[in-house]
Every structure is written in C-alpha cells, then in structure tokens.
Design a protein around this ligand. Structure first.
Ligand SMILES: *[C@@H]1O[C@H](CO)[C@@H](O)[C@H](O)[C@H]1NC(C)=O
Ligand SMILES: *[C@@H]1O[C@H](CO)[C@@H](O)[C@H](O)[C@H]1NC(C)=O
Ligand SMILES: *[C@@H]1O[C@H](CO)[C@@H](O)[C@H](O)[C@H]1NC(C)=O
Length: 428
C-alpha cells in the first residue's frame, strides 16, 4: 500500500496547487509595563491550540526559570512552581523554543501553575503561528486551558537581560483588538468536514459541533450571529481525471475531490463519498437557510454523526435522508441542489465553496481543516466551546453583547482583573 499512498501524496500535491496559499499569522499585543527600559507595545503570535482570552486582558509578571528553560519536562521535577500568592500577580512563564512540541511546553507551564506562557523564538524571523500537528501526542494535551504566545527572539533576549539584572518584568497581554468588532452582529464561518474516520482531528470537530450547538442556535435564532458552514474541496488536475485515484476521490468529473478517509482507496469509503456527504450538508444549510431556519444545520450535522457513522457502514444517502426528513427539511430541494455527482458539469454550491477558499483582505486562504473564521479573521486557539464563545463574544461592538456572553464562563475581563486569571480554573 506504501506505493499507493506515495502516489496519493503526489496527487494531493498537484491538486493542492492553491493550498500553499497565504497563511495569516494572527497576533495580539503584549505591553511591557515595567521596567522602563522595555516599556512598549510588542506583537506576539497567538498559537493554534491554547485558550486566548479574546476580548480580555491578562496582567502578569514574567518568570524565566533557572532550569528546564525549554519547558520540555515537568517543572515539578525541578521543584519549581509558579502558583501565585493570593493577591499576587499571576506568573507568565518565558520558555525557549526548541527540543519538544509547543503543546508540551504549554502543558508543563500550566501544570506548574503559570497563567500563560511566552515562547521566545530561537532565531530572527517573522512571527509564526505555533501549531503541532502530529496525532500521537498524549490526550491530556487537549486539556490546555491557558493562553500561549510566541514572541520574537529580540524581545525574548531583552526580557531575559532585564530579569538577569534583577528587574521585575510586568506585562499586559491584550486580546481586545485581536478580532474586529465593528457592529452588533458577528459573522462566523466554520470550515469542516463530514468525514468521521480521521482520528482525533475529526473527533474534535464533531465534539465541538455537539458542544457548541446550543449556544450557536441561541445566537443565531436571536439574530446576534450569522453563521455559515463551509467545506473544502480540491480539483483533480486535467491529466489525472480518468485515473483510478481521481475517480475514487472526486465527483463531477474531477472537479471536487477529498482525500480518502482511510488513505486507502481499495477499501472502505472513498474520498468521493466524503465529498457527496459534505455537499449534502452544504445543501442542507442552503435549503434550511432559505426556509428561515439556518440553525437546523447544527441539528443535522450532530444527528448525522451519531446515526450515520462510517464505522457502522451507515455513512450513506439513505441514512442521511432519514435524518433530513426527521428534521422536516425539504428533501427534494436538497437532492436538486446536490444534482448528479457523476455528471461532467459544475455544481453551483461546490463551485462557490472553492472560490471562497481563496483568502481576501485580512483573511488568509483556508487550507487547514477545521478552520473557524470570525468577523473575517481566522480564529486561533483550541476548538472548544468556552474558547470559541469567548472569541465570538469579543466580536460584538461595545455594549451590544447578548446575554449568553455575559455569563461567568465568558466574562473574562472582570475576573481576570480581580484575581489575575490565575485561580478561576479549579484545576490549579
Ligand atoms: C484531561 O481531561 C479529561 C476530561 O476532562 C480528564 O478525564 C483527564 O483526567 C484530564 N487529564 C489530565 C492529565 O489532566
Ligand atoms: C441565508 O439567508 C439570508 C436571509 O435570507 C441571506 O441573506 C443569506 O445570503 C443566506 N446565506 C447563504 C449562505 O445562503
Ligand atoms: C475591562 O475592565 C476595565 C476596568 O474594569 C474597563 O475599563 C474595560 O472597558 C473593560 N474591557 C472590556 C473589553 O470589557
């Protein structure tokens, strides 16, 4: 099978002509408030898995440990703890880049009691987004609850110098301008996938949809948000349209493709099955939206995941249509929207999705699944209910926040100001 996979990678490389697109590094600001010699506002890059405090601020003092400076091991092993005293400012760890995954550094900082972690780059370069993709990382790394940010090598060096001179370095991490908040309605998009057999990445997407459904539906019904789901597809290069691979992975004559769920087109479901189910979900949204009930998409997607999993061989049109009918959405209209996947013709919905994959303005290209876009900016941070709700709530202008944003879980500013954000998480 190795050869086939090698070929697939090769094909995906070709298909992905525009995947190597513009990736925007999302930033927030870091204000150093002391010492005087460092007072300034700096940029740092929000990582792609922690919990940035969108809409809030975090005040803390920086600590650069004497040992374990790359934070690759547990600080407990070195007898180091960062838990702040009651009334004391929370500790923000400064760690060096390198030697282990970013997530592990963040986890070690969090376990040691830090409120946030700054990772200092080890070379002079533009800021990058910290992201670890391997899926063999231990599960508990999903339990990260603190924010992380990457800072430049030069800022890292200056902070270390000040600390070694015996100065106290106080900083203010500020996410209030990390997302635009132009008006009283937040527009957001979720680029997702109906594939349920791609391991932790797929599990995480469906868990998010299940957990976020309630909040999403309240926000949408009351008109606070306008949500749209989206689906990434690729096209097969002209010369490969008739190849076995493209026929297994694509519909509409090579126009819309997705990778094989098992990366093995000789068994199980093929990429084209995923494209068709994705198209059905996109059409479901379109038809539900036209009938004035766009929020039904959340019901459909969760019910489909539960009732029609690949594992039980129910990932098919029959099962999907039962779910659609149970939700009272017009099946005929959805089938019309899907059209004939074997035909050598364009599909209006998927064509529009492909066009939207290309970034415009402040938004980069969508190349990663899943991607969440809020007010036309890519969300950075972990895909979990609390973190995402916080980000959406930060997208409303001034005082126009809906009630769901004013619950304790989301109101970050107040609690962060009063206890420095160190102690609100009971796990500390
Ligand atoms: C991570 O969270 C899960 C679920 O909340 C919990 O069962 C598990 O014990 C946690 N792991 C660690 C190492 O904290
Ligand atoms: C959903 O419906 C609204 C109101 O009819 C419309 O303005 C909007 O363009 C629709 N969105 C999509 C993605 O079809
Ligand atoms: C945060 O709190 C401060 C002081 O209590 C207040 O002036 C500021 O407007 C608040 N910011 C947000 C985003 O709510």
């Amino acid at each position: 099978m190795k050869e086939a996979i090698g070929f697939l990678v090769f094909v995906w490389f070709l298909l992905c002509g525009f995947c190597v697109g513009r990736f925007v590094v999302e930033k927030n600001s870091l204000k150093v408030t002391s010492p005087n010699s460092l007072k300034n506002v700096y940029e740092c890059a929000i990582g792609d898995f922690g919990v940035p405090q969108y809409g809030g601020t975090l005040v803390g003092t920086v600590f650069y440990p004497k040992a374990n400076r790359k934070a690759c091991r547990s600080f407990g092993d070195f007898g180091i703890s960062f838990k702040s005293m009651p009334g004391g400012l929370p500790t923000v760890i400064l760690a060096d880049r390198g030697d282990c995954y970013f997530k592990l550094k963040v986890w070690n900082a969090q376990s040691g009691g830090a409120a946030a972690i700054l990772v200092a780059d080890d070379k002079i370069e533009p800021l990058i987004t910290m992201d670890d993709t391997p899926e063999d990382l231990p599960d508990y790394l999903q339990n990260i609850t603190i924010p992380e940010a990457l800072i430049s090598k030069s800022l890292g060096d200056s902070i270390k110098k000040a600390l070694s001179d015996g100065e106290i370095v106080s900083i203010n991490l500020d996410w209030r301008e990390a997302l635009p908040h132009p008006d009283e309605r937040v527009e957001y998009e979720f680029w997702t996938n109906s594939n349920d057999e791609c391991g932790p990445n797929c599990d995480n997407q469906i868990d998010f949809v299940k957990n976020f459904k309630g909040a999403a539906q309240v926000l949408e019904r009351k008109g606070y948000t306008r949500f749209t789901p989206h689906y990434i597809t690729w096209y097969c290069p002209e010369a490969f349209v008739l190849s076995k691979q493209c026929r297994a992975e694509c519909i509409n004559h090579g126009r819309y493709c997705a990778p094989d769920p098992e990366q093995d087109f000789s068994k199980g479901y093929d990429g084209r099955d995923v494209v068709v189910q994705n198209l059905r979900q996109a059409c479901f949204y379109k038809v539900a939206n036209e009938s004035g009930r766009p929020w039904l998409w959340w019901d459909y997607v969760t019910a489909f995941a539960i009732r029609c999993p690949m594992k039980e061989k129910k990932y098919n049109a029959e099962c999907a249509n039962q779910v659609i009918e149970s939700l009272g959405v017009d099946l005929k209209k959805i089938e019309k929207c899907i059209g004939d996947p074997t035909a050598d013709e364009e599909n209006a919905v998927l064509k529009a999705e492909q066009d939207l994959q290309i970034g415009k303005g402040t938004r980069g290209d969508v190349t990663i699944l899943p991607t969440l876009i809020i007010n036309n900016r890519q969300y950075r941070g972990k895909l979990a209910k609390g973190a995402v709700l916080k980000a959406i709530c930060a997208g409303f202008q001034g005082t126009t926040k809906p009630a769901v944003c004013l619950t304790e879980e989301v109101e970050t500013n107040e609690s962060l100001e009063s206890d420095g954000g160190c102690c609100q998480d009971k796990s500390f």
